[in-house]
Write a protein that binds this ligand. Sequence first.
Ligand code: SF4
Length: 199
Amino acid sequence: MIEYKNLVEKINNCTNCCLGYKRTKAVPGEGSFSSDIFLTGEAPGYYEDQSGKPFVGRAGQLLDKLLESINLSRKDVYITNLLKCRPPNNRDPLPDEINACGDYLKEQLEMISPKLIVTLGRYPLTRFLPNRTLANSRGRLMKYKNIPLFSVYHPAAGLRNGNIMAILKNDFTKIPEIMERLNVAKNKDIQTDSQLNLF
Ligand code: SF4
C-alpha cells in the first residue's frame, strides 16, 4: 500500500514536535490494513523506541495474551499509539505533542477504516472523546464520529494493579460480542452499547 508507506516515511522523518529529536526510532504502528479492529495506546516506551514496533515490552506481551484470549493475534488487528515517538522517561504525553501527532492517527484511521476503535487507557479515550473519563466510559461502547469506540484500561495499568488486570481481562472478553453485534447491525447509526443492548 503506497499510501501507507508514504505515511510511515513521513512519521519516520517527522520533527513536528520535540520528541522527533530525541527518539531512537519512530513507532508508526503495525498490523492488518484490512482489520476491523483498530487499537491505540498512548505512546511508545523504551522497547518500542528501540525496535520501532508498538507494544513489544511487558505491556505488549500482556496485550498479546489479551488478544489470544479472544482468539485474535496481532495479524488480525491494527495497533498504534497517539504519539509515534517516545516521551522522555515515559512521561505523559503533552497536549502540544498529541496535537502535533494527531494527523497521523487520523490518516491511519482513514486508511484502515475499522469497524471498532479500542482505546487503551485515558489519553487515547480523551483524544477521541474529550468529555469522557475512564471512570465513566471504561468497558462501554461509544462512538467517535460514526465509528464505534470501546474504551479499556491500558495494559501497563493492568500490570501495576491486580484489580485493574481482572477488569481489563473481562473487558476484552466483550470484544467478540461487540464485533458480532456490529456485523449484524451493519447500520453504524445504531452502534452504541445501549442501542445494541450489550452490557
Ligand atoms: S511524536 Fe509525532 S509529531 Fe512528534 S515528532 Fe514524533 S511523529 Fe512527529
